[in-house]
Every structure is written in structure tokens, then in C-alpha cells.
Design a protein around this ligand. Structure first.
Ligand SMILES: [Zn+2]
Length: 68
């Protein structure tokens, strides 16, 4: 499964913002622009956002950190 995440803060809390003819992907935590999205990628990002899978992944990584 592909997961879109911020390169800067590693957050997977992302959102889509349309600018002119481009659709950008931005970090919901630090606001950084992540990448321009192709049509197929927009679908995947929306799936990630709508499925709230980010909560599961975040808790997964949090648990990993606790183990360390
Ligand atoms: Zn970020």
C-alpha cells in the first residue's frame, strides 16, 4: 500500500489543494508542499484521507517508538 507522507516531519496527515492546473499535496502538520499529484495519485491520496488509515499507521509507528 502506498502511503503519502511529509519528507520534512514524516507526518502522514496530508491534504490536497488545487492551484491553477495543478493539484498539490501538502503536509497537514507543517504545511510543507510535498508534491504535485497526477490524477491517479489524487485518488490514492483521497483514499488515504477518507479511510483514516493514517490513524492506524500513526499508532503503528508510535508503538514502534515505544518498543525502542
Ligand atoms: Zn510536515
Amino acid at each position: 500500500m502506498k502511503v503519502f507522507r511529509c519528507e520534512k516531519c514524516k507526518s502522514i496527515d496530508v491534504f490536497i489543494d488545487k492551484a491553477n492546473n495543478h493539484t498539490g499535496l501538502y503536509c497537514g502538520d507543517c504545511g510543507k508542499w510535498i508534491k504535485w499529484l497526477a490524477k491517479d495519485e489524487i485518488r490514492l491520496v483521497e483514499r488515504q484521507i477518507n479511510s483514516k488509515i493514517d490513524n492506524k499507521i500513526n499508532s503503528y509507528y508510535n508503538n514502534q517508538e515505544e518498543i525502542k
